[in-house]
Write a protein that binds this ligand. Structure first.
Ligand code: FNR
Length: 365
């Protein structure tokens, strides 16, 4: 199909399934175990209903907002996902260019297929970028990487905390992974590739990482430190108490612990807990997982998220239609958010408030 036949985010996934190499489809589309959390991520949005307000002047809309101090065109970013070259020969660079054009932020993954510097070099001078960090068992490697990232102007450090061991993604394991891994993995070519792309690339991640390491992380960088993969109110409060600048509520796209709840379901209770402890000021809360519609973005913002991340949709759009595909994907979500805000009577992001969503059924599975 042609790009102008893509009417929503799901359309890209359908095309990707037919055109991606089997190992790319397996790696991108898989979730852990029975993929219950992966499916729940989007399904949970279906349990939130809207409370539209009418007779509001919605002639002029403004979707712009800020994320960690950077101006962006809408409360959406492209989250960090490994191995972009499985889906497109230029890998993450496609996402960098599309993010620039649409004025949104790209989070660069530690396990990008392109080198970190290539991705930063591709960015426009004023284009904000974030870094997703897997902490290496060799702390010197991580220290160098983090300090280099800060030197290159990265605006936020997102430490992934939900992956001390990589989830078991059976689809991925069934397709034996044979491509070259990311550059970071050079010298580790002897590890077993028969376990799928995920396991092949993950052996350096430090499972000993714990709350006490935050003091060390803070000592090596002045970038805002964000924890990606928070899944309870308790840990959200701990993150704030340990001096983090914010969190991403996430179950890693359902790829880690199956039966971890969806981020959108956790968001209200996490915001309540932070508020109750007086920790909600100057603390930014993001969510990712299952964002597929403009109304999903609206619901997340209404419940307190500063912004939302998309993972697979960007990979599928990149793999199928390259730069134009990712731009179209973002445009579709933007158009849907425009429509939703207009019909909801919310002319700006600040007008999107909690009383506009009905979450009475959110806990009813
Ligand atoms: C991921 N994700 C991820 N997260 C992370 O912290 N480091 C990583 O290297 C990766 N790699 C990765 C690869 C692929 C193929 C996917 C699909 C996901 C998780 C990602 O950042 C995010 O949490 C989810 O993708 C969000 O869910 P959706 O938008 O894919 O539903």
């Amino acid at each position: 199909p042609r790009l102008d036949e893509m009417y929503n985010v799901f359309d890209f996934e359908s095309v990707a399934k037919t055109v991606l190499k089997p190992e790319a489809w397996a790696y991108y589309s898989s979730g852990a175990d029975d993929e219950i959390s992966m499916r729940e991520n989007h399904n949970a949005f279906h349990r939130i209903w809207l409370r539209p307000r009418v007779m509001v002047n919605v002639k002029q809309l403004d979707l712009s907002t800020t994320m960690l101090g950077s101006n962006v065109s809408m409360p959406l970013y492209i989250t960090g996902t490994a191995l972009g070259k499985l889906g497109h020969p230029e890998g993450e660079l496609v996402l960098t260019r599309a993010a620039a054009q649409k004025k949104i932020i790209q989070m660069i993954p530690t396990l990008a297929s392109c080198s970190f510097d290539e991705i930063v070099d591709m960015a426009r001078p004023e284009q904000p970028q974030w870094l997703q960090l897997y902490v290496n068992s060799d702390r010197e490697v991580t220290k160098k990487f983090v300090q280099h990232a800060e030197h290159r102007g990265i605006k936020g450090l997102f430490v992934t905390v939900d992956a001390p061991q990589l989830g078991r993604r059976e689809k991925d394991m069934r397709v034996k992974y044979s491509d070259d891994g990311p550059e970071e993995m050079d010298g580790q070519k002897d590890i077993n590739r028969d376990e799928g792309a995920a396991r092949y690339i993950s052996t350096f991640i430090d499972p000993s990482l714990n709350w006490e390491d935050l003091a060390w992380l803070k000592s090596i960088t002045t970038m805002p430190i964000m924890l990606k993969g928070i899944q309870t109110p308790e840990d959200a409060v701990l993150a704030a108490r340990h001096g983090c600048s914010g969190i991403v509520i996430s179950n890693h796209g359902g790829r880690q612990l199956d039966f971890a709840p969806s981020a959108i379901e956790l968001l209200p209770e996490i915001m309540d807990a932070l508020r109750a402890e007086g920790l909600d000021k100057n603390f930014e809360v993001y969510i990712d997982g299952g964002i597929r519609r403009g109304s999903d973005i609206f619901k997340a913002v209404a419940l307190g998220a500063k912004g939302v991340g998309i993972g697979r949709p960007a990979l599928f759009a990149m793999s199928t239609y390259g730069d134009e595909g990712v731009k179209k994907l973002i445009q579709l979500l933007q158009d849907e958010l425009v429509m939703c805000m207009r019909l909801m009577g919310a002319p700006t992001i600040n007008h999107i408030t909690k009383d506009m969503v009905d979450i009475r059924n959110l806990k009813d599975h």
